[in-house]
Design a protein around this ligand. Structure first.
Ligand code: NAD
Length: 258
């Protein structure tokens, strides 16, 4: 029987790549994230074509607790439960701490950290009722190490590592695993968007930001792909990974080995 996968922020980048991976495996997919009606219809059709059992979309804004509650409740009602929850929605803002606007700080903490409290809080009762579950948090190398000018992002992502470990311990005897995936740089719209800001903050050209800043941290000198992250998510959702909990898989070209 098809399992049900809820993926926050899955209309673009890594989330959409993870949705494609689970679609190929024939699962039910609950998409979420921003986008025009046409973009969302296109993503739904593409996932159906890849082999998803069924695809639904919910527009919950990850800054709005009521909408997040409705996302999980709707997935439960539509598909009969939530087997796999992928907390992936995330945004970035690059600025020196003294110039960092308070509203940007609050928004990053809300989307990159607090939204996962809400999704997990509502999904765990459904998983307990089903007797199993998988929670996969798309964190970052920035959940393990820092870079300058990304204070809110690094703080939120370090918070996600703490949330991952704590909830894993709470659910260890309920056949529900909780893990993080910590990617290095993946060339998605999120990274493309921060190149001009990083260039400004560091006084570099955009090409220099790609080679000397982004890939400077990544010893392989190659960007990670969304397909590689989807493969790790599928593995964490498999029976083979039932004893992996409260930890992370780094996919960062050696970044955090340094
Ligand atoms: P992206 O910008 O391509 O996609 C982000 C997704 O989140 C989109 O679907 C967007 O609509 C959605 N989103 C944004 N704000 C939202 C909100 N308020 N409510 C609901 N959805 C919202 O970004 P990405 O690079 O695919 O990043 C996905 C995740 O991976 C993020 O958590 C990011 O921190 C993490 N990550 C990315 C990289 C990278 O190099 N791209 C590296 C490590 C970790």
């Amino acid at each position: 029987m098809a399992r049900t996968v809820v993926i926050t922020g899955s209309t673009s980048g890594i989330g959409l790549g993870i949705a494609a991976g689970f679609a190929k495996a024939g699962e039910n997919i609950m998409l979420n994230g921003f986008g025009s009606e046409a973009e969302i219809a296109e993503a739904v059709a593409a996932l159906e074509k890849l082999g998803a059992a069924s695809v639904a979309y919910h527009p919950a804004d990850m800054t709005k607790p009521d909408e997040i509650a409705d996302l999980i409740a709707t997935a439960g009602k539509t598909f009969g439960g939530v087997d796999i929850l992928v907390n992936n929605a995330g945004i970035q803002y690059v600025s020196a701490i003294e110039d960092f606007p308070a509203d940007k700080w609050d928004r990053i903490i809300a989307i990159n950290l607090t939204s996962s409290y809400h999704t997990i809080h509502h999904a765990v009762p459904l998983m307990k009722k089903a007797g199993s579950g998988r929670i996969i948090n798309v964190v970052s190398a920035h959940g393990l190490v820092a870079s300058p000018f990304k204070s809110a992002y690094v703080a939120a992502k370090h918070g996600m590592m703490g949330l991952t470990k704590t909830v894993a311990l709470e659910l260890a005897q309920q056949s529900i695993t909780v893990n993080a995936i910590c990617p290095g740089y993946v060339l998605t719209p999120l990274v493309e968007r921060q190149i001009p800001d990083t260039a400004k903050a560091r006084g570099l050209t955009e090409e220099q930001v790609k080679t000397d800043v982004l890939l400077a941290a990544q010893p392989t000198k190659q960007f990670v792909t969304v397909e590689q992250i989807a493969a790790a998510a599928l593995y964490l959702a498999s029976d083979a990974a039932s004893q992996i909990t409260g930890t992370h898989i780094s996919i960062d070209g050696g970044w955090t080995a340094q």
